[in-house]
Every structure is written in C-alpha cells, then in structure tokens.
Design a protein around this ligand. Structure first.
Ligand code: 13P
Length: 251
C-alpha cells in the first residue's frame, strides 16, 4: 500500500535559528502523539545538516528543496545531490513551479536532477501542475502528462518506485485558492492512470501523489479523504508548527 505523506516546503523562509526553533517545536509536538502519516520537512540547504541531526531520532524526515543538475565541479553556488545526502536529508523536492518559472528549469534539467537525486539515494518529491491559463483552457491533463514524460518517465520501474509526485496547480499556490477536492481527485486519478500505462498497475497503486496549493488545516481533511490524494505538500501552513500539525492531524 502507498504511504500517506504530509510534507512541508519552507521555501526561502526562516533563518537558521528560526528554522531550528520550528523543527524543535514540531519534533516536540509529534513526540507525544505519533502521526498517522509520514511527515517530512523541506528546508533551505543551510538548515539541512542541523535539522537532520536534530530530527534523527524523531518521526520527521528531512528534504532539500532543490539540488544541482551536475554531479560536482566548477558550478559556483550550486549544491549537489551528494552534498544533500551527506547532511542526513532523505528527500529532495524537484520541479517546483517556482523553480520552473523563476530559474528556468526545463524538462531536461529536471530529468538530470532527478537522476542525480536517485543515484545519490535521495527520494525525489517531483512537482507538476498547470498554470491558471492552462486550467482555463482545459489543458491541465496535457500539461501534467508532458511534465511527467519530459522528466521522469525515462526512469526505470525500480527508480520510479522511489519517486513521490506532488500535483500543485500553480493558480492555487500561495493564493488562498485551493483546488476543490473533486478537481484534485480527478487529476490525481488521471496522473495515476498515466503511471499505470507506463509502469503497470502495481507501481501506480504504490505511488504517493500529494496535493499542494493553499492546503491548510481547514481543507486538508476533505482533500485527503479522496482516494487518489495521498497527502499534501504544504507551503505557508508549514511555517508554524501548530498549523502544520493540524494538517498532519487530518490523517
Ligand atoms: P502554499 O501552501 O503556500 O500555497 O504553497 C504550496 C507549495 O508551493 C508547496 O510546495
């Protein structure tokens, strides 16, 4: 059976001290009450080593928000998948729409990043999702299909089975506009059907597909009640321990 996951994506928020304080608070909140899902926090690179050490005996796993598309060498300012792995992080968010939009990450770049993450023992949380105009034109299925075919459907079945997908409609990110649970269910089911076509039913059934975009305590339960929505990738509401805990409690 596939895992349910609630993952936070802190994005470019929290300095080191603030990040450590948030991770500590969350660790304490979850120590007394075991969550009914896997819990991951995605932090900026500079937090990873400290936060991974802090959380090593807790139920919370740690993720990077990105990694380089090159293995090593003269790429000033970049952080490789191997470096991420050496911090104790076990996941890596890739393909977030903000990186596609603001940093020009193409299907090809994301294909390289995914291969490098996997080669270094990191599990990718691979994000896909359409823009507002694409949804309005009814093109959402076409868009997510192209994103999967362009960056992850080249993987072997064994590699793909380590990938977590996150459907994040760009129009719902940080806007307060959430996809309805029916909209989420419809496209998650479509994504799962694409995986089944490519890798077979068993792998499709075992793939965790998260929803992201203005997910919060008040709507998480409804979204997660859908059969093809296996949890959430949470931005804003992952920045406060109590808000994030409320989403975890939806399971
Ligand atoms: P918000 O939860 O702030 O809408 O962000 C979602 C997101 O982009 C998670 O990766």
């Amino acid at each position: 059976m596939r895992k349910n996951i609630v993952a936070g994506n802190w994005k470019m928020n929290k300095n080191l001290q603030e990040g450590v304080a948030l991770a500590t608070e969350l660790k304490e909140l979850l120590a007394s009450e075991k969550p009914n899902c896997e819990v991951i926090i995605g932090t900026p690179f500079i937090h990873l080593a400290t936060v991974a050490e802090l959380l090593k005996d807790s139920v919370i796993k740690v993720s990077a928000e990105n990694c380089a598309d090159k293995a090593s060498g003269a790429y000033t300012g970049e952080v490789s998948a191997e470096m991420v792995k050496s911090t104790g992080a076990t996941y890596c968010i890739l393909g977030h729409s903000e990186r596609r939009m603001y940093y020009g990450e193409t299907y090809e770049i994301l294909k390289e990043k995914t291969l490098l993450a996997l080669a270094n023992g990191l599990k990718p949380i691979f994000c896909i999702g359409e823009l507002k105009e694409e949804r309005e034109a009814g093109k959402q299925n076409e868009v997510v299909k192209a994103q999967l075919e362009g960056s992850v459907f080249n993987l072997s079945a064994e590699e793909f089975s380590k990938v977590v997908l996150a459907y994040e409609p760009v129009w719902a990110i940080g806007t307060g506009l959430t996809a309805t649970s029916d909209q989420a269910e419809e496209i998650h089911a479509y994504i799962r059907s694409l995986i089944a076509e490519k890798y077979g039913e068993e792998i499709a059934e075992n793939t965790t597909i998260l929803y992201g975009g203005s997910c919060k305590g008040s709507n998480a339960k409804e979204l997660f009640s859908k059969p093809n929505v296996d949890g959430g990738l949470i931005g804003g509401a992952s920045l406060k321990a109590n808000d994030f805990k409320e989403i975890i409690d939806a399971f």
